[in-house]
Design a binder for this molecule. Sequence first.
Ligand code: ZN
Length: 420
Amino acid sequence: MDFHDCIVLYGPELTPYRCDRFQTKGDTIHAIDLQEPCQSIDNGALVIIPGLINSHTHMGDACLPDGATGMTLEQGFFRPNGYKYQELAKRSEAEHYAHIANHLRYMARTGTVCHIDFREQGEYGSQLLRRASAETGVRSVVLGQFEELPFTAEELTANEASLSDEAIAMLKAILQVADGFSESTMNDLTDPAWKQIREITQQQNKLRAIHCLENSGYREESIRITGRGDLARALDFYKPDLVIHATVADASEIEQLSANAVNVVLNPRANSNLGLPFAPIAQLMTSNANCLLGTDNGLLNSPNLFAELDFTYKVAKSQFGNAIAPDPTDVLKMATSNIKGVIDTGTYGYLAPGLPADFVVLNFHQPHLRATRHIVASVVTRVTPDDVLATVRQGQVLFSTPDFDIAKRDIKCSRKTDRL
Ligand SMILES: [Zn+2]
């Protein structure tokens, strides 16, 4: 594919440059011929940005949009009797699969090339998502979880039991399919079990993730059982690659996240939809934690990262308490270049020659974008799904609009023309 006379957000700093030619060959970016940096435009342009990465989803419950409206976190989402688990158990495989695949296509339509998913329903659930990912071309990083919790309430309270041989066999079966392990909360398993899971996933080079501090109940229950908060236990026993939420993180917990350079996935739309506080986004952004962005449950939110970027930027500005910070580029990095090194060594989240051809073509000829004074701020706050012309992953077109003939492979767009 060749694009001429476009604007490219280049490199890990996502710096906008005018570009003579953006060329891909096969699954790789072959050449980016940069001109000068460019913050504003007067008469529209094609703007090429890195393919977006959604670092926290539950696409399995995307078949129930807004189903938990009016419910608490516990009523809607906790095992075994929460609405989500009750409803998922009723879905036929064919119906459930169709919903997941269609939502992956919607992700592609909204600029996302990859998502990291907490997949319920054990080995079966991981297989279902794996299949939908293969069909749609959107990369699913699948983090499986137990179909049913392997401990009784009494065993969890005693916090001494290890995983049984049967539970270990189930875990290994999940990991045969999945890229890693996830669990709802630290309070769902015992500390010995967390250590076992860490060892097994480390041996297999698999990822580990966990929701922490989504509400204060997570911390309180953890202290009641073990005398320690859920984040401290996670960092000690489980050593997660990703900590999700940190919504109610206090000063000492922010310090722990910073000192351990934890990858923290923020989900401010989902948190607010449950009436929860906003995570301390501004404090985390100025710490050594690495901030990523997710849309969380399909039940709560559409998996549209442009909506999440806009919301996150506005909340962060309010928390910083001035009109200057943060730089919108630092928010866009949460859905792009901050992913480098997190899930594997081959995922970069930015555009440079020799890297995977994972990108999105945005139509900045649209009336609300064509005279932007700040291209990155407009990507973060003004781009809507209707402005996405094409989404490409490893050179494969996952989505393109009918009026954008990407198959021509030579798309010229004068800076002076008003229309494509
Ligand atoms: Zn979640």
